[in-house]
Design a protein around this ligand. Sequence first.
Ligand code: COA
Length: 375
Amino acid sequence: MSAPVEIYEGAIDKGLEGVVACTTGISSIVDATLCFRGYTIEDIAAKSTFEEVIYLLWNDKLPNKDELKQFRKELLAEMTLAPDLVKHLQGLPTQNVHPMAWLRTAVSSLALWDQDSQKLDVENQRRIGKRLVAKMGPLVALFERTRKGQPFVPANPEKSIAWNFLHMLFGKEPDADIVHIFDVCLILHADHELNCSAFSARVTASSLSDIYSDITSAIGTLKGPLHGGANEQVMLMLKKIGSVDAAKKWIENALANKEKVMGFGHRVYKNGDPRAKILRKMSEEITKKIGEPHWYQMSAMIDDTVQREKGLLPNVDFYSATVYYSMGIPTDLFTPIFAVSRVSGWLAHVFEQYGNNRIYRPRGKWVGKQGLKYP
Ligand code: COA
């Protein structure tokens, strides 16, 4: 039997590093600068709201007052979950269940409550997009309340996605400062160029599958500890370390044992993640506000140690862990919260993909056995 034809000289086994897989106009990373549609993340985090950022990501422009008003109205109306959908979701197992596995199933179920789930015309894409981005927070809150045996809190379409998430999760009026901090967190996580889950959503969209399938794929990808799962691992690590005094030694040992320290390193940023800088400040402020500054102090000590010993800088997941923890959010909901925000970026990516599509179909370089005789 002849050897398979050699198609490519070098196969890219190691995570497609440096490969440009498509053109995109949604977010860009140049050195340590992240922009959404041309605006720096620092500017957007300081001046925008999450709803405005969704509009920007999807429309390639900031909305004027009327456009934002109309968009918010249509978007926030979609936060409602129909009673029979709630009943169905309340029937799913929640004990000893990974919240991202539950969320993946819940988002997939949403398609069954949408008669037009398979239609891919632009108007329908946007309708489904609003439905998904608005419902993600209510779904995560429903999961949390169901597993605690608490009743579902309905959405208030007069209020923002951030306000509603905290209200639906805790069942009481949220503190205005905390709503603002959470809104900034949603903005910071909204999109990030061709990250693993956005790529996964685009690959599914490229087969002209439906949007619910695209977003379900992305949730499965975000779940992994090398991607969205890192923020939860950071908090578990901080709890394991226990005190500021123990932090330096603990990290030095971990690095000596070649362990990966969650929340550090990045495939693209080699000179620091701009989102981590914003979150570091937020972590310092909020841990002080709740009277538990040691979480920030421990994080800062780890940050210094990892930088000194390994030359690695924190990524978005490192300081977001203590920010979410300080809000009283359960640790295993950190990654679902990432999805509450990132779904806006995934949708921008699938809209872009549908608008200029060709199916993703790379090749694999053959390194297996060949010429075997069937016995
Ligand atoms: N802790 C300790 N060492 C790390 C590290 C970390 N968090 N991240 C990378 N390194 C080391 C690697 O072990 C490797 O060292 P080596 O050359 O001696 O083998 C080197 O730095 C290069 O790392 P590599 O794993 O090749 O980087 P990558 O581009 O493939 O992966 C991440 C990028 C983000 C997946 C990786 O840095 C990581 O696993 N970080 C922890 C998980 C995390 O925080 N993910 C969230 C990303 S936003």
